[in-house]
Design a protein around this ligand. Structure first.
Ligand code: NAI
Length: 332
């Protein structure tokens, strides 16, 4: 029999956690022959409500769910984990600047990076969802010198999926016809959703959509500000779509990429082919041939506007890194 894959999830009692756990336990992500063990981390105050979620997981009677444990200690939660999804963090409160948020959350990722270094499985891969996800990922990675640099991902897939949806809607096609949408940079307003290389029904998106002003005036800001629009409409931040994007990221990382597509995630920038500053977690288009190692898509032509936006997002990430410089460990 196949031994379970161990998936650790932090912030499991939060809204993204609730939207994510059941889908992983159902077998949707790792396939119909792969049992799953869930290892959940929360702060002590959230453990009672997490118990209710565990009761519901039990009541689903998922055949592939081998084990579920809840912890308030990171090292215990990450012990032997093959995939770790870092969702837990402090939400932005009224009056908090982005720098305040970064400072409030940074120490969590110092602790969790050290715990991953000490306890995770040798093949661990880590996806950081909690914001600011690129910089949180950099902090955790910097404290985990035994975990190779290519195992760290920050989630920009929700931005990619939002971009695909907007392009499909504008072109009047199904989302399945839209490929090669890259998201560059930070998961923030400075991200650059790259329509210049996007393909719709096998044709360049910029030839299918002839309203060229739409891309920069409408598409880019709509994608970058979609999170805020969802908060305004829902009264709460994106949860099911964020959970979905996390699962899409994992599926893309473990499945050979189709020849006509790529996927985006924030990855360690060292050695990138686009002159992006090193020592950042920066979103770029990626492919994997074996569902384990990945490459940055090489050789993309970037026009002046794309280069400018890619640089602006890099500058923002450099300044986030400065904000947390005292929280960074040796592995950077
Ligand atoms: P939430 O507030 O509903 O849940 C967060 C959970 O994390 C809470 O249950 C809290 O108790 C827990 N938590 C706090 N500190 C923790 C710690 N040290 N260890 C373990 N758990 C801890 O928030 P929600 O909506 O689930 O969002 C989670 C994070 O995901 C937020 O940082 C949010 O900004 C981010 N996010 C990222 C997106 C992306 O595209 N990268 C999209 C949407 C949300």
């Amino acid at each position: 029999s196949v031994s379970p894959i161990k998936v650790a999830i932090t912030g499991a009692a939060g809204q993204i956690g609730y939207a994510m756990l059941f889908r992983i336990a159902s077998g949707e992500v790792f396939g119909p022959n792969q049992p799953v063990a869930l290892s959940l981390l929360e702060i002590p105050a959230a453990l009672p409500s997490l118990q209710g979620t565990l009761m519901e997981l039990e009541d689903c009677a998922f055949p592939l769910l081998a084990e579920v444990h809840a912890y308030d200690d990171a090292e215990a939660a990450f012990a032997g984990a093959n995939w770790v999804i870092l969702v837990g963090g402090m939400p932005r409160k009224d009056g908090m600047s982005r720098a305040d948020l970064i400072r409030a959350n940074g120490p969590i990722f110092t602790t969790q990076g050290k715990a991953l270094n000490a306890a995770a499985a040798a093949d661990v891969r880590v996806l950081v969802v909690a914001n600011p996800c690129n910089t949180n990922c950099l902090i955790a990675k910097s404290h985990a010198p035994t975990i190779p640099s290519d195992r760290w991902f920050a989630m920009t897939r929700l931005d990619q999926n939002r971009a695909i949806a907007q392009l499909a809607r504008k072109a009047g096609v199904g989302v399945g016809q839209v490929k090669k949408v890259a998201v560059w940079g930070n998961h923030s307003d400075t991200q650059y959703p790259d329509y210049g290389h996007a393909v719709i029904n096998g044709q360049p998106a910029t030839s299918v959509i002839t309203d060229h002003d739409w891309f920069l005036n409408d598409f880019v800001p709509t994608v970058a500000k979609r999170g805020g629009a969802v908060i305004k409409a829902r009264g709460a931040s994106s949860a099911a779509s964020a959970a979905n994007a996390a699962l899409d990221t994992i599926k893309s990382c473990i499945t050979p990429t189709p020849a006509d597509d790529w996927f985006s995630a924030g990855v360690f920038s060292n050695g990138n082919p686009y002159g992006i500053p090193e020592g950042l977690i920066y979103s770029m288009p990626l492919t994997t041939a074996d569902g384990r190692t990945w490459n940055v898509v090489p050789g993309l032509e970037l026009d002046g506007e794309a280069r400018r936006r890619i640089e602006v997002s890099a500058q923002e990430l450099l300044s986030e890194r400065d904000t947390v410089h005292d929280l960074l460990g040796p592995a950077i």
